[in-house]
Ligand binder design. Structure first.
Ligand SMILES: *Cc1c(COP(=O)(O)O)cnc(C)c1O
Length: 362
């Protein structure tokens, strides 16, 4: 392998996850959320693969994220929604990209009605997340805009607590959404993110919008869904050191050896997406063991204790798995205090990306 960190994405595994979600939410349609470059795994490759799986509806966060895939989505009469709304982008840019904004405020709805003619838009109702979307009190004004030409083709809301299946807020939001969604005509509706896909048929409406689960991370606390792991993030061992019991490791000397052993220095750091909060907490998979990360993660490298291996010196230039089939991102997330969403979307910097089409990550 090269000296750089490497991310390998298995598109068959993404397909397998899409099929599982599609079957779970059926007869509702299953969209794919591929914002933030498909959570760091590559929206272009993943979007194309999901188009081949007959996925026809895609959600992005920003208008520029749509550009690469817009022609392919357009070619199959699919839809590209922009969750963050019109924002500060010119309306004309939405129209030329055939992108559909999710209108989050009354002002945005007015702007779209005034400048976009009868081009389609979606409407986001806030039902308790208090992040994006229209409050209840604006519903009548939106209906007036519809009467004067605003072309809404979808109505949606977003669950705040779906990762806790028994959280009472899920039912509250469901009831509020049921109550309001029908006020804008008989529009197709969506409510569920990945976790919501598993809350039962009442939560699926006409469409569901999973993101995270497509990428193999577990969306529901305490539940182990049969998701395929579509990524392997790894970096080579640059150096193997034999250490004595009185050594300390890395900046600040935050780990003391305490006994003799061997460490491996691995060529990826926080500039590549290995967060510093994995220092002294996370692991790497190397030589068939989970080797603990010792000392602080630095910009370009970090160290792991490989004393438990029978052949530590043989690990030089081998590849250490940071997240992948042998070391699920959920385990590293639990160790680091970050979410799987944050770990995935951080992978970047100098990381080379490869795409494979078979289930061959191992
Ligand atoms: C990001 C996002 C999703 C996807 O959420 P996951 O938890 O990744 O499945 C769905 N809907 C909205 C509005 C989002 O912002």
């Amino acid at each position: 392998m090269s000296a750089r960190p490497r991310l390998t994405v298995d598109l068959d595994a993404v397909s397998a996850n899409y099929r599982l979600l599609r079957d779970t939410v059926s007869p509702a349609e299953c969209a794919a959320v591929i914002k933030a470059d498909a959570y760091g795994l590559g929206a272009n490759a993943i979007g194309r693969r999901l188009l081949a799986e007959n996925c026809r509806t895609f959600f992005f966060a920003h208008l520029p994220e749509v550009a690469d895939l817009a022609p392919a989505i357009q070619a199959v009469d699919g839809k590209a929604f922009v969750l963050n709304g019109v924002g500060l982008y010119p309306v004309a840019d939405f129209l030329s990209a055939h992108a559909i904004p999710v209108l989050n405020t009354l002002e945005e709805a007015r702007q779209w009605a005034a400048e976009a003619g009868n081009a389609p838009a979606a409407l986001h109702l806030d039902t308790g997340m208090n992040r994006l979307g229209l409050p209840h009190r604006d519903d009548d004004k939106i209906r007036d805009l519809q009467d004067s030409g605003l072309n809404l083709i979808h109505v949606m809301s977003h669950l705040a607590c779906a990762d806790e299946a028994g959280h009472p807020q899920n039912r509250v939001q469901l009831e509020r959404f049921r109550d309001r969604a029908g006020r804008f005509g008989n529009l197709p509706a969506s409510l569920s993110n990945s976790a919501g896909c598993f809350l039962g048929s009442a939560f699926q409406f006409d469409l569901s919008r999973p993101g995270l689960a497509l990428y193999g991370a577990q969306p529901i606390n305490g539940k182990d869904l049969p998701l395929a792991l579509p990524y392997r993030f790894e970096a080579p061992v640059l150096q193997v050191r034999r250490f004595s019991r009185d050594e300390a490791f890395g900046y600040g000397g935050t780990h003391s050896a305490g006994a003799e052993g061997y460490s491996a220095t691995i060529g990826a750091g926080y500039a590549d997406g290995v967060p510093r909060c994995l220092s002294n907490r996370g692991h790497v998979w190397l030589g068939g063991i989970r080797a603990p990360i010792i000392g602080r993660v630095s910009m370009d490298s970090f160290t792991a204790d490989i004393s438990a291996l029978p052949d530590p010196e043989g690990q030089l230039h081998r590849s250490a798995q940071i997240y992948g089939p042998d070391l699920p991102i959920d385990a590293q997330a639990a160790a680091s205090g970050l979410s799987a969403y944050e770990l995935l979307t951080r992978i970047g910097g100098r990381t080379e990306r490869f795409y494979i089409n078979e289930l061959e990550l191992r």
